[in-house]
Design a binder for this molecule. Structure first.
Ligand code: SAM
Length: 223
């Protein structure tokens, strides 16, 4: 495994390559069952529902880096017809499957385990594509965002770290510490303008943007 490959915001349970496989996935699933989706996920789902799309009835969802599946489970509850969950972590795919069974929607979700950038050519486009706290987990932002935005037929939603000097400094500090302890964990922070450039080049326009202390939430639309 490439030591520069993985990824995750510490505390966010990312597990590409299964570095924090089952224990982290189980912990995150327990947190989800206790408290439901994160506030940023709820905001993302509301923004994806907003405007003329309304109730989402019949729309398809592609949830890349789904984790326990909070985003696509909320979109299914809001009326979406079906979802594809693509995650690099087999442990997270397993907990997402269990959670979908618990919510009795597993017949509406299809699972793919692997790196979306590699799987993209054989993944069907969807009406709604979401990457909830995933862009900060992947070394090649342009490939991940470019390929995923191209898969969005109607709307494209992102939750990713804010573009600020203190987050970039924090990232450098975290990554330095990780290297020192020979951990594969890395945190990637990107300029908002660079991320948006890639999304706009895929033919989408921004329709919603909100900044919080650490995260920003953005929804784009294909007109
Ligand atoms: C920080 S977690 C976020 C999980 C979930 N979306 C959430 O917000 O709770 C990042 C997830 O993205 C997955 N991931 C990161 N890069 C990926 C890629 N290129 N393809 C597929 N999954 C990826 C990781 O395995 C992990 O489950």
């Amino acid at each position: 495994m490439d030591p520069e490959r993985p990824v995750c915001v510490p505390g966010c349970s990312c597990a590409v390559g299964n570095e924090f496989g089952e224990a982290t996935a189980e912990r995150e699933a327990a947190r989800y069952r206790r408290s439901g989706p994160e506030a940023t996920t709820r905001l993302l789902v509301d923004a994806l529902r907003g405007g003329p799309l309304g109730d989402l009835n019949g729309l398809t969802v592609l949830d890349i880096g789904a984790g326990v599946g909070a985003a696509h489970l909320a979109l299914l509850a809001a009326g979406a017809a079906s979802a594809v969950d693509v995650d690099g972590s087999p442990a997270f795919v397993e907990v997402a499957r269990t959670e979908a069974e618990r919510q009795r929607v597993s017949d509406r979700v299809h699972y793919e385990t692997g790196d979306f950038v590699e799987l993209a050519p054989r993944i069907e486009p969807a009406d709604l594509v979401v990457l909830d706290r995933v862009v900060c987990c992947y070394p090649d932002m342009r490939a991940l965002v470019g390929l995923s935005a191209a898969h969005a037929r109607r709307r494209y939603g992102l939750v990713y770290p804010r573009d600020s000097w203190w987050i970039r400094s924090g990232a450098a500090l975290i990554n330095g510490t990780m290297r020192l302890f020979r951990r594969r964990l890395r945190f990637f922070s990107h300029r908002t303008a660079d991320v948006e450039d890639v999304v706009l080049s895929a033919g989408l326009t921004r329709r919603f943007h909100r900044q919080q202390l650490f995260w920003q939430i953005a929804v784009f639309e294909r007109s």
